[in-house]
Design a protein around this ligand. Structure first.
Ligand code: GDP
Length: 195
């Protein structure tokens, strides 16, 4: 295959029966304790999941899930960013990420500021020209303790030009919607067309 043509081929996972399934790398970014691990775990219990790789399960790290949306199977390699061990910068340089999921907790203004910093970093470093991002406001079940309004979250997403969703991994609210949103975003990914 000529080089130019080869570089147009999307990464795929190969099934034991030889079938090729498109595969994408998803980064879970955001402060500690915002619910990244809980959200990732909840994905594996979703009705949209047809398989996930237990062998890759650990506290953080990578989890590969196979998602079936509209009869189309897609593999998502979800990488939980170990914030304490690696800067966002190093993380993005290490993994060839297709989509950034930036999570904050609505009951912790500091985590919103952290999410803002991450998104600003990604935007200023042109990481969002060819990749998507989704801003996730988690822990909406703790409404009485809310420190970050929906409007403030929306405003930031609008400024960055990324998607916004409020979730509660505690109550399993909007977690399926987030998963389906992730699949929709990676499919739109312009990187795939311009590589
Ligand atoms: P991470 O550090 O971002 O991976 O956060 P974790 O997923 O480990 O969650 C940190 C804590 O927040 C855990 O005790 C979770 O049970 C809790 N948590 C996560 N999501 C929610 C949520 O939507 N609502 C509530 N009330 N607690 C949550």
């Amino acid at each position: 295959i000529p080089e130019a043509e080869a570089s147009n081929i999307q990464p795929h996972s190969q099934r034991p029966n030889g079938e090729q399934v498109p595969a994408y790398k998803i980064a879970m970014l955001g402060g500690s304790g915002v619910g990244k691990t809980t959200l990732t775990y909840q994905f594996t219990t979703s009705d949209y999941i047809c398989a996930y790789d237990l062998s890759l399960d650990d506290d953080y790290g990578q989890k590969t899930v196979s998602v079936l949306v509209d009869d189309i199977e897609t593999d998502l390699e979800i990488i939980d960013h170990p914030a304490c061990e690696m800067s966002t910068e190093a993380f993005c340089a290490t993994y060839n990420i297709d989509l950034f999921v930036v999570v904050y907790s609505v009951v912790d203004r500091g985590t919103f500021k952290a999410a803002e910093k991450v998104l600003t970093y990604l935007k200023e470093n042109d990481m969002l020209l060819t990749r998507g991002a989704i801003l996730v406001a988690n822990k909406t079940d703790l409404e009485r303790h809310r420190e970050v309004s929906r409007q403030v979250g929306r405003k930031l997403a609008k400024e960055i030009a990324c998607k916004f969703i409020e979730t509660s991994s505690g109550l399993d609210h909007n977690v399926d919607e987030l998963l389906v949103g992730i699949v929709a975003q990676v499919k739109l990914n312009p990187q795939r067309l311009s590589l």
